[in-house]
Unconditional design. Sequence first.
Length: 302
Amino acid sequence: MGALRGGRSMSATATTARKPRALGRRRKGSLAWHLGALLVLAVVLYPVVWVIGASFKPSKEIIGSLELFPTEPIISNFKGLADGIADVSIATFFQNSLVYALGSVVGILVSCSLTAYAFARIRFAGRNLMFSLMIGTLLLPYHVLLIPQYVMFQKLELINTYVPLLIGKYLATEAFFVFLMVQFMRNLPRELDEAARLDGCGHLRIYWSIVLPLCRSALITSAIFTFINAWNDFMGPLIYLNEPGNYTVSLGLMLFRDSDGVTSNYGGMIAMSLVALLPVLLFFLAFQRHLIDGMATSGLKG
């Protein structure tokens, strides 16, 4: 009995001795993880901090300066925006970008949700083949279609309008968002459709009254990404818009260059870039809480 008690005592002592060492290793691991996370955060936030600091610097101090923040901040860069660029008001650029972004959001939500409903809830011949072909368009580079599309819209006399930029959004050409909504709709119980048909609902009523409310999370996610992509789009407006009065914010930034292609007003350009971040940030903050909403919290109650 004494030997048994002695063995238990030694085992308990060894266990007690290991606990501080294990606790020390966990603390070191936690400290290393947090330091690594802070380092990554600093790298990610550095460009944003640099833009904020540079927007309050004179143009001659922006390039080549290692300081993040100016010793003598100025606000003339922001005041200069009120004068406009190339006889065009800054508000015009923001208005054009807003029309483009909101038009894209509406087109994506309407066309892609209808297409996704057809693929996910309606059985028809060739459905799987057509869905596979649609997914295959994700592998097709945008630049491959650029020239033929431009020629087509030029012959239709639609250059320098927003039709070439928006028409594809209303024809469900964004396969990624269609795929996202299809995967979401396929998880909805089929019993909902059957119960609606017993009440006399057709496909449009089921789509509008049942499927869309349950797909709110997927719709809001698509809306956020579409708004950001359209607001930051540079290639599309550069190809199809020719007059400064039709320019979006991304193209308006080019007007800060002089005729030789050398940027002469760095301060104004960076100040406008900073202001251009605000609509995207506000749009994201307004809807980000819906991103984590799932089907269970969307309407499968009662």
